[in-house]
Design a protein around this ligand. Structure first.
Ligand code: NAP
Length: 354
């Protein structure tokens, strides 16, 4: 048996996004677990725009992957051999597996650069499809939750705007706005097809294609009374256009700025920030990992809303480890619709269905 791994083949230049050519698929020997370790078989690999920074030499991101190293990434795995007394064969784990089919590692917390890190942890009460671990009941949903509930403080009757609404975080955020009683949810996405999907799937009341002209006017038409909550995933001109439509007391949650994140020199900040003053509004950024101690609480609420019929799965699954670089690329071309993940091996039948 061999272990297929994706290595970083070359750093990604700052003005490019990662594609297949920056990675190399190799066959390595099967790892064998030592005392205190478990052998994991990767089932799913997640994607995150932040992975672009891992392979950009000039980036200041804390995770770095050099040419020749296995690409880093989070995923879901099954324990297939255990040399650790607290873990059994069949346990479902989530964490930093890397882009590979198998990995042997200790699930115990470790001290790295002075802080405690848990590279993989057991998923309590996993359900099929296991994409839920990365999407609806996972980190993307927790990000949407922090933006829409903790910072956005969405209230019944609020009018809500979400950018990158057809993406992983965005598609869940739109549903959370509804679950919190928003009276109107408007999504911004790239292209007619994604906009139609947002409305047809019942995630949004209306959707705006930012690639068309006059984004600011389109927001005004979709939200004539202004917006109470804006979850921003893209920054740049989209954020600036949204700031022109704040209702009094609006909350703007900054989740990401993918449209400007990699531009150097950095573009100037939003021209219309003064509306935060005139409309007595606030704008606040967040990192989902700062809320780690509350993920259990978020997950319980998300599971309840799912049981109440208020949430649905919005997964975008690419089949086979061969597609992993394509999955990452799709976040930058906009080819993904919803929570983009790669299926490396089928969900085990032993896991109960949702
Ligand atoms: N703060 C946190 O803790 C946290 C946690 C997770 C994610 N994030 C951030 O949240 C955002 C969404 O992440 P995700 O994982 O759910 O990704 P995603 O939204 O599923 O995928 C990225 C999407 O961004 C859009 N996009 C790409 N390049 C763009 C550009 N130049 N201008 C405008 N839109 C562009 C594309 O959608 P279109 O086709 O619609 O353009 C693409 O589908 C990202 O900015 C990410 O960095 C933050």
């Amino acid at each position: 048996m061999v272990n297929r791994q994706w290595l970083c083949a070359s750093y990604v230049p700052p003005d490019e996004f990662p594609t297949q050519k920056h990675f190399e698929l190799v066959e390595a020997p099967m790892p064998s677990p030592q005392e205190g370790e478990v052998l994991l078989r990767t089932l799913l690999l997640g994607t995150s725009p932040a992975q672009r920074m891992y392979v950009t030499k000039e980036s200041e991101f804390h995770i770095k992957v050099a040419p020749g190293e296995v690409m880093s990434g989070r995923g879901v795995a099954e324990v297939i051999e255990s040399c650790h007394p607290q873990y059994q064969v069949g346990d479902i784990m989530e964490g930093t597996l890397g882009w590979q089919e198998y990995v042997a590692m200790s699930p115990d917390p470790q001290v790295k650069d002075g802080s405690h890190v848990t590279p993989v942890k057991r998923v309590e009460n996993p359900v099929r499809p296991l994409t839920t671990v990365l999407g609806l009941f996972g980190q993307r949903a927790f990000s949407a939750y922090v933006g829409m509930v903790e910072i956005g403080d969405t209230q019944p009757g609020d009018q809500v705007l979400v950018s990158s609404a057809a993406g992983g975080v965005g598609a869940i955020a739109c549903q959370l706005a509804r679950a919190r009683g928003a009276s109107r949810v408007v999504g911004i996405a790239g292209g007619e097809e994604k906009c139609r999907w947002l409305v047809d799937q019942g995630l949004c009341d209306a959707a705006i294609d930012y690639r068309q002209e006059k984004l600011e006017a389109q927001i005004g038409e979709a939200l004539p009374d202004g917006l109470n909550v804006y979850l921003d995933n893209v920054g740049g001109d989209t954020l600036d256009a949204a700031l022109q439509h704040l209702a009094v007391g609006a909350r703007v949650a900054i989740c990401g700025h993918i449209s400007t994140e990699y531009l150097r020199p950095r573009p100037p900040g939003p021209t219309h920030y003064y509306n935060l003053l005139y409309r007595r509004s606030r704008m606040e950024g967040f990192f989902v990992f700062d809320y780690l101690s509350r993920w259990g609480e978020f997950e319980a609420q998300l599971r309840q809303w799912y049981a109440d019929g208020l949430l649905k799965l919005t997964d975008h699954v690419l089949e086979g480890i061969e597609r992993t670089p394509d999955a990452l690329t799709s976040l930058f071309t906009g080819a993904n619709v919803g929570n983009c993940v790669v299926r490396v091996a089928p969900d085990p039948e032993s896991v109960p269905a949702l």
